[in-house]
Design a protein around this ligand. Structure first.
Ligand code: SF4
Ligand code: SF4
Length: 370
C-alpha cells in the first residue's frame, strides 16, 4: 500500500510550524528526499507557470520550500514548465506570477525550449502511439511534480496526472506537428474546428486567446489556418456560446492523459519522481486560461507521495468530502454527485483508473497526517 503524506490547510496554532509553508517543510523532511535524490543530481521541480490572468498557481513560497529542501541534501534543483504561449512571453508570465530565480531560489527554465519544439518522441500506448516529451524532462534524472489542483473543463479534475501528461509534453513536434503533441490528447481525428455561424455572437474571444494568432474573422465569417493550429483547444474553451467546437471523446481524453503520463514517467528510473498536490485555491478551470475564477472548494492542504495514482486518489477522496464554497461557481450548480463533476460533467475518475491499469501506481493508500 502506498504512503501519502497529508498536511491540512487549517491552522490550529499560531506559529510557523503550523503554517502551510512550515508543514510543507516538515513533510519534505518526513518523506526523506535523500532516499530518492543524490548529491549533485539535477532535479526538475515541475509546475505550471499559469497565465497572465490566472494567478492561482502553486505559490512561489511553496516552490521555494521544495527548492530549499533539495539544496539541503546538496541536490541541484531548477523550476520548469513547458511552453504554452511564445516562450519568452511565458517566462514573463512566470515572472508576473512571482515565479523567478530570486523568489524560488533556483533557475526557472522552459522544458522544451523557447520555441516549444525541443522534444523527443517517446513510446506511449494504444491511443497516442508516440508522443513528444519535453527534452529537458526526458534528460533530467529526477523530478518533483508540484501540481495545483483544480477543475478543468475537459479533464474535469486536474492534478498530478494532468500536470505530468499535458505539462511534460510539448504543444507540437518540429516535424510531426500537433499530432505528436498535446493536441493528440485534446482532440480526435484531424481535430478540425467546427464553427456554428448561427450560435456565434462575434465576441472575438476565440481570436484573442489563440496563442498562434491563426484565427481571423473576415466579413464576420470565422477562418483559421488549419495547418498552423496546434489543437490546443483554448478557442473552443473560451467560446461562451458553444459556437466553436472540436471533436472530443471524454473517455479517450482521460485515457490518453494517463498514457501520456506513462510516456513521460518512462523516461525516469524507479523511485526518482515525487508528487506534491497543492489543494489550494481550487478554482474551476485550468491555469492556462486567461483568468482564474474564485475557488469552488476551500483550501484543503498539501499531499505528497512517490505514487502518482495514490496521490491523485487521496486528493479526490478529500475533495469529495468538501463542501461547495458560497458565492463560487460551485454554489451556482445543482449538487448531484461531486463538486468537480457537477461543474464539468466530465468522468474524471477514468484518469486515475487508467493510470492504475497502466501500472503507474496503486489506488490503495495509507494517509499519514503531518
Ligand atoms: S485550437 Fe484554437 S486557440 Fe489553439 S491554436 Fe488552434 S485555433 Fe488557436
Ligand atoms: S468565441 Fe465563440 S461566439 Fe465568440 S467569436 Fe468566437 S466562435 Fe463566435
Amino acid at each position: 500500500m502506498s504512503k501519502v503524506y497529508f498536511a491540512s490547510a487549517r491552522v490550529k496554532k499560531w506559529k510557523y510550524a503550523d503554517s502551510m509553508p512550515g508543514k510543507l517543510e516538515r513533510m519534505l523532511k518526513e518523506i526523506n528526499l535523500s532516499a530518492h535524490f543524490a548529491k549533485d543530481e539535477w532535479i526538475a521541480v515541475k509546475t505550471h507557470f499559469g497565465s497572465e490572468g490566472a494567478h492561482r498557481v502553486v505559490r512561489p513560497v511553496f516552490l521555494r520550500k521544495v527548492v530549499d529542501a533539495l539544496k539541503a541534501i546538496d541536490a541541484k534543483p531548477f523550476v520548469t514548465d513547458t511552453v504554452r504561449i511564445k516562450g519568452l512571453d511565458y517566462l514573463e508570465v512566470a515572472n508576473q506570477n512571482g515565479i523567478n530565480s530570486l523568489s524560488v531560489g533556483a533557475p526557472v527554465v522552459l522544458g522544451d525550449g523557447l520555441y516549444g519544439n525541443d522534444n523527443i518522441m517517446v513510446k506511449a500506448g494504444e491511443i497516442l502511439g508516440e508522443i513528444a516529451v519535453a527534452s529537458l524532462i526526458y534528460d533530467v534524472p529526477a523530478m518533483i511534480v508540484c501540481s495545483h489542483v483544480k477543475g478543468h473543463i475537459q479533464a474535469g479534475y486536474a492534478g498530478a496526472i494532468k500536470n505530468v501528461a499535458m505539462g511534460g509534453i510539448s504543444s507540437s513536434h518540429r516535424h510531426g506537428g500537433w499530432k505528436c503533441g498535446r493536441g493528440a490528447m485534446h482532440t480526435i481525428g484531424e481535430g478540425r474546428l467546427i464553427w456554428d455561424e448561427e450560435k456565434c455572437v462575434l465576441c472575438l474571444q476565440c481570436e484573442e486567446i489563440c496563442p498562434l494568432e491563426v484565427i481571423e474573422f473576415e466579413n464576420e465569417m470565422f477562418g483559421y489556418s488549419e495547418d498552423d493550429c496546434f489543437r490546443c483547444g483554448r478557442c473552443t474553451r473560451v467560446c461562451p456560446e458553444g459556437a466553436l467546437t472540436q471533436p472530443e471523446d471524454d473517455e479517450r481524453f482521460m485515457k490518453s492523459l494517463s498514457e501520456a503520463a506513462k510516456a513521460v514517467l518512462s523516461t525516469f528510473k524507479p523511485n526518482k519522481v515525487l508528487y506534491i498536490n497543492f489543494l489550494t485555491e481550487i478554482q474551476p478551470e485550468c491555469d492556462c486560461m486567461p483568468a482564474a475564477d474564485v475557488p469552488v472548494i476551500q483550501d484543503q492542504g498539501i499531499l505528497i507521495s512517490d505514487d502518482i495514482v495514490a496521490v491523485e486518489q487521496a486528493t479526490i477522496d478529500i475533495l469529495l468530502r468538501a463542501k461547495p464554497l458560497p458565492q463560487s461557481a460551485a454554489d451556482e450548480t445543482e449538487r448531484q454527485t461531486d463538486i468537480l463533476f457537477d461543474l464539468t460533467k466530465k468522468p474524471y475518475l477514468i484518469q486515475i483508473e487508467e493510470a492504475g491499469r497502466l501500472g503507474l501506481g496503486s489506488r490503495d493508500y495509507k494517509l499519514i497526517e503531518i
